[in-house]
Structure formats: C-alpha cells, structure tokens
Ligand binder design. Sequence first.
Ligand SMILES: CC(C)(COP(=O)(O)OP(=O)(O)OC[C@H]1O[C@@H](n2cnc3c(N)ncnc32)[C@H](O)[C@@H]1OP(=O)(O)O)[C@@H](O)C(=O)NCCC(=O)NCCS
Length: 182
Amino acid sequence: MENKGTKTLETDRLLLRRFRPEDAEYMFRNWASDPEVTRYLTWPPHENVNVTKAFIREWIQKYEELSWYNWVIELKEIHEPIGNISVVRLNEETEAADIGYCMGKAWWGKSIMPEALGEVIAYLFDEVGLNRVAASHDVNNPKSGRVMEKAGMKLEGIWRAAGKNNQGICDEVWHSVLNDEV
Ligand SMILES: CC(C)(COP(=O)(O)OP(=O)(O)OC[C@H]1O[C@@H](n2cnc3c(N)ncnc32)[C@H](O)[C@@H]1OP(=O)(O)O)[C@@H](O)C(=O)NCCC(=O)NCCS
C-alpha cells in the first residue's frame, strides 16, 4: 500500500473533496447541529458554528499527512456540502481501514451514502492499495448497515457491548470488503 491522502473523487451525483473553511456554515446547518444525525455518533451536535469552524481548521491542517482521508460530500446539483465520509482508523500493518460517515437528514433515503462509500472503497483499493475496508454501526441503527451492504460489504458479525456513542454502550455490527472481492 501507499498512502495518497484525500484526493478529489467524483461520482454521478457527488463530489468528494477536501474540506475548505467556507464549508463551516453548510456543515453546521446541514448536518453537524442536528441531534437526529448524531444520535448514533460519538460526538455531540455542534452548539454553534464556531465549533464546526474549529474542527474544519484542524482537519485542513491534517491534509498535509498522506495517511489522512477525510472528504466532505458535496451534492453537485446544489453545490452544497451535505455530509462527511472519512477513514476513522487506518492500520498500515494489515493494510486495513475503517470508515465513518454522516449526512444531513434532508438527503437520507436517496442512496447517496452508498454512492459515496462505493467510491471511497474503490479509491482505497485501487489507488492506495489497501486489502480490507470495514465499518461498524450500532445494532439499533440498521440503515447504516444497509449502506454498507449496498456498497458491497459483507456482514462479519456483532461485537457485543464493544462501542459507545451518544446512546451509551452498544453492540457493534461489523461489515467489511476485501480487495479481491471487488
Ligand atoms: C445512515 C445514513 C448514512 C444512510 O445514508 P442514505 O444515503 O440515506 O442511505 P440509503 O438511502 O441507502 O438508505 C439506507 C436505508 O435507510 C432507510 N431509509 C431510507 N430512507 C429513509 C429515511 N427517509 N429516513 C430514515 N431511514 C431511511 C432504508 O432502510 C434504507 O435501506 P433500503 O435502501 O434498503 O430501503 C444516513 O441516514 C445518516 O447520515 N445517518 C446519520 C449518521 C449515521 O448514523 N451514520 C452512520 C454511523 S455508523
């Protein structure tokens, strides 16, 4: 494998690109301030846009590291950031990455996240040369599992009481896909 960093990716409906400072207002309004979006996530909803600005500032600095993969999801039709997809854990020994994602409620149910995840998986296999891409979700958030399945991941199993999010300690459902399966 060879880390390549957060390069711009494109699908039919989406531009996956690096965050820019001017994305803060959209990120705050479209997803980061909504407790329904963060219900099964590990971070609390942002109380004001300054919280969002601080995160984006930190992420932009990290783009210098080629092992940092964090895309804002821009919907081409409206030229607006609507969500985020990133590598939340990278294990260079096993050439494996875990992915996390979230998106504003207004765009749920249109198969947008499977489109983004499929593109990220292809990039991590074809360009970076990873061998395994995986993701987990709270057992009570099955629609995230559907995203994984629609993007080609297979069910691995459940890690009992292995995760903690805004709902407390939870059972984690794991899915993965291996390079030679796509
Ligand atoms: C989970 C999430 C990324 C799904 O993205 P999406 O682009 O809406 O995914 P899809 O359109 O493929 O829908 C996935 C499933 O959600 C359910 N769903 C569809 N529309 C929905 C809606 N309007 N409201 C709630 N659930 C819906 C369906 O079960 C669907 O599966 P199906 O296509 O087999 O019917 C999105 O809901 C989200 O950002 N949630 C908040 C953050 C989060 O939970 N992230 C994952 C943490 S592990």
